[in-house]
Design a protein around this ligand. Sequence first.
Ligand SMILES: NC(=O)c1ccc[n+]([C@@H]2O[C@H](COP(=O)([O-])OP(=O)(O)OC[C@H]3O[C@@H](n4cnc5c(N)ncnc54)[C@H](O)[C@@H]3O)[C@@H](O)[C@H]2O)c1
Length: 405
Amino acid sequence: MKILVLGGDGFCGWPTSLHLSDLGHDVVIVDNLSRRRIDSELGAESLTPIRPAKERLSAWLHVSGRRISFLEADMTDFGVTLDLLRDECPEVVIHFAEQRAAPYSMKSPEHKNYTVRNNICATHNVLNGIVATGGETHLVHLGTMGVYGYGHDEPVPVPEGYLDVRFAAIDGREISDSIVYPPSPGSIYHMTKVMDATMFQYYAKNDHLRITDLHQGIVWGTQTEQTRRDERLINRFDYDGDYGTVLNRFLMQSAIGYPLTVYGTGGQTRAFIHIQDTCRCIANAIEHPPGRGSRPQIMNQMAETHRLRDLAEMVAGMSGCEIAYLPNPRNEMAENDLVVRNDSLRGFGWEPIHLDQALMTEVIEITQKYAHRCDRAKIPSTSYWTQERERSQTEQTGTPDVAAV
Ligand SMILES: NC(=O)c1ccc[n+]([C@@H]2O[C@H](COP(=O)([O-])OP(=O)(O)OC[C@H]3O[C@@H](n4cnc5c(N)ncnc54)[C@H](O)[C@@H]3O)[C@@H](O)[C@H]2O)c1
């Protein structure tokens, strides 16, 4: 299949592009390299030494004999997006091209605006462009489990996008329906994903676009079968206070003897998936598009759920590292339960990788090997969800840096 991977230079997009190329698909990566520029803005670098886009692609050609094309383009420019869809005529577009860090989206009024403008505009341009080019292209979008919110303290399973409801009609009859699960975004970034989801509902209804929205858990791990083949193919590993996702941060912190930074009580429960499984699930989603005229197909792309303090204790047990419980810069429930249905992707035969199978590989292959590249000054989080939280942190510790330990 001819596949455009928007955001294919990023953490999820790069290994997915290689995975799909390895399966024999004709892959074109499109990326405006904004994520690499944000690295410079934050003065933070991937723990792993990621190579320039062109060097990665020639390394892939060298090890696999397969060519992936690369176009530097910004999806917030409609003319560019339209030309791209007209010129490439993709059967599938995979859309990763968004600003994806919640803390970065909360950093300042400008960062909030940038995240909204970039994410909403990019998604709308792609939908608008698909309609303008005939409407046959299947759009696969990476959403997040965060659109559901983490508001339950009861073990009620989170369904795959839609909730079956019953309510009374005006004449007293009982009506059954299936509605979009009530969204509850926890940051500006998550809010843009909820807005994306609304656009998907509209375009599926009005233009009969075929849309799959994958509500993904927090991705952990770094390498996949393909990125491991040559060091020039290595995937990025973010550990800084804005982009570092929780488990990868714990693993890196344990490698350098930095107390594991748990925000609040660590009673937050979240969903996780290994990066290798991200690639496999997306390949499955491509093989199973919804029909034209169907509502957006929403699938929960996650393998398992864990309470953050349990994860911290697991990593501390492996490494002997201490745990630091810090004031929470985020506005979220201190404790929650999370049970998630993932029947759709499991129904395609997917057998998830679990934490206990791959955690040590990650420690040895990545965090210990590249620990010398870590800049400890980049570990603290400096983004707050509210001004009150920032004030209270500064009053208590004399610094707005959470994790300044
Ligand atoms: N990483 C996770 O844990 C995780 C979890 C759930 C969902 N997701 C979703 O998966 C997607 C990819 O996440 P990631 O971790 O790979 O992020 P990333 O920041 O590493 O990659 C995103 C890529 O998109 C590019 N990009 C951003 N805006 C663009 C634009 N306007 N035009 C062209 N390219 C643009 C960036 O340069 C970057 O290479 C995101 O939409 C994210 O919300 C990620």
